[in-house]
Design a protein around this ligand. Structure first.
Ligand code: ARG
Length: 442
């Protein structure tokens, strides 16, 4: 069933109808579509384009449709072009001829634009809540496990850090992600309803009425831009992509840390799976899936960027493709944030293994050099001396702190017995600005 057809002499081919319909995808916009229509009707009454009686009839009909969809009585299905057609046709079937007045001074172009902005705005704040939940999980796990671990560069043991500081790095990344979404919401918060198909309307409508009823900060300034702007979807999907990149990096670390080679953490059984052939295995599937789904979200972003890149102003049907990409990216990022948060909540930290790895890695070598500097040795010379020391330790299977003062004196006569205290892993985290790593940042 269509909203047009007057100028057509023959019917669309069935395959064309299937190709053209967006109902199976955009049916999830029903709340926004009805909210947009309710505001539009109120504005039409306010602007004397509908009588109050007509307005009431339309509003009651729309509210009934909403209630029936929510209760499951009205199923969104059938041979309709899109959610806008479905609701308008359903309304006219219910309330009769007045239903045909709903679309006065409106086009599906500004209608779909307003639906998507409302939807994106609402869901983006849901993403912010999920990010906050993950930050909370990271902070809690950090507070409960303020223990030392090796810090890495090039995936080689580098210097001692704390597990809390390591998780805290991710909390910082996600806090930035949240800010980015907040910023995207601020930019998208403009009302495109009233732009019409592309060139406004000859009716004296009042865009401020729908703007305030729908909770936007202002009407868009340019009609052509209002109906063809999908930047906010690209921006949110860019933000989702960055979130996924962060989740993927964290997943990669969880996968490594839970391996037999590291054994720094144990994932809870609830977020792991077994092997169908190797009975001993416990696989970090949840983390692997998050890492894998990152590609999918990047893909959605690039699909829509590519769809939009050659489009002349204003609305083109190509834009209908925005929904599948946006919805999929949104669902994926929401699922991944939730799973990650639960995985962090339930993971078990093996502090002893981390400590062992710290001790075996000469992770206080830089601090030995710092010690020598504090005794007057220029840093570059100190660096060379400690290099020699490491060779000696490797040859003798010892850690630096295990060497006797006599052994140490072979490398520098400035070394006193205060060195042991200086290079102790726990102690060195209280020196200089390293104390920050002992704090759990909120
Ligand atoms: N289903 C369409 C979309 O998602 C709605 C807008 C239709 N506009 C039009 N001029 N055909 O983009």
């Amino acid at each position: 069933m269509k909203l047009w057809g007057g100028r057509f002499t023959s019917k669309a081919h069935e395959i064309m109808e299937q190709f053209n319909t967006s109902l199976p995808v955009d049916k999830r916009l029903y709340q926004e579509d009805i909210a947009g229509s309710l505001a539009h009707v109120t504005m039409l009454v306010h602007s004397d384009l509908l009588t109050p009686e007509e307005g009431e009839l339309l509003i009651n009909g729309l509210q009934e449709i909403l209630a029936d969809i929510e209760s499951g009585e009205l199923k969104i299905e059938g041979n309709y072009e899109d959610i806008h057609s479905f609701i308008e046709v359903s309304l006219t079937e219910r309330i009769g001829e007045t239903g045909k007045k709903l679309h006065t001074a409106r086009s599906r172009n500004d209608q779909v634009a307003v639906d998507m902005r409302l939807y994106a705005k609402n869901k983006a704040s849901g993403v912010m809540d999920s990010i906050q939940q993950l930050i909370k999980s990271l902070n809690q796990k950090a507070a409960d496990n303020n223990v030392i671990m090796p810090g890495y560069t090039h995936l080689q043991r580098a210097q001692v850090v704390t597990f809390s500081h390591h998780l805290g790095a991710y909390a910082q990344m996600f806090a930035r992600d949240k800010k980015r979404i907040e910023n995207a919401i601020e930019i998208l918060d403009e009302n495109p309803l009233g732009c019409g198909a592309l060139a406004g309307t000859t009716h004296n409508i009042d865009r401020d009425v729908t703007t305030s009823l729908l909770g936007f900060t202002k009407p868009v300034d340019n009609f052509l831009d209002g109906v063809s702007d999908r930047d906010y979807l690209l921006e949110l999907m860019s933000d989702f992509s960055i979130i996924m990149m962060h989740l993927s990096r964290l997943s990669e670390e969880l996968i490594l840390w839970s391996s037999q080679e590291f054994q720094f953490i144990k994932m809870d059984d609830a977020y792991s799976t077994g092997s169908s052939i190797m009975p001993q295995k416990k696989n970090p599937d949840a983390a692997e899936l998050i890492r894998g789904k990152t590609g999918r979200v990047y893909g959605s972003l690039f699909a829509l960027l590519t769809t939009l890149k050659g489009l002349p102003l204003t609305y083109n049907k190509d834009m209908q493709e925005d929904k599948e990409q946006f919805f999929d990216a949104l669902d994926t990022v929401m699922d991944c944030l939730e799973i990650m948060s639960k995985m962090i909540d339930t993971l078990h930290v093996n502090a002893d293994k981390m400590k062992e790895a710290v001790k075996a890695g000469f992770l206080n070598a830089t601090e030995v050099a710092d010690y020598l500097v504090s005794r007057g040795t220029p840093f570059r010379d100190a660096h060379g001396i400690v290099g020699q020391l490491i060779i000696y330790c490797e040859e003798h299977g010892k850690a630096i702190e295990d060497l006797t003062l006599v052994e140490l004196a072979k490398f520098s006569n400035t070394i006193g017995d205060d060195i042991y205290d200086y290079i102790d892993y726990e102690n060195l985290l209280t020196k200089g600005n390293k104390g920050l790593m002992k704090e759990v940042l909120k």
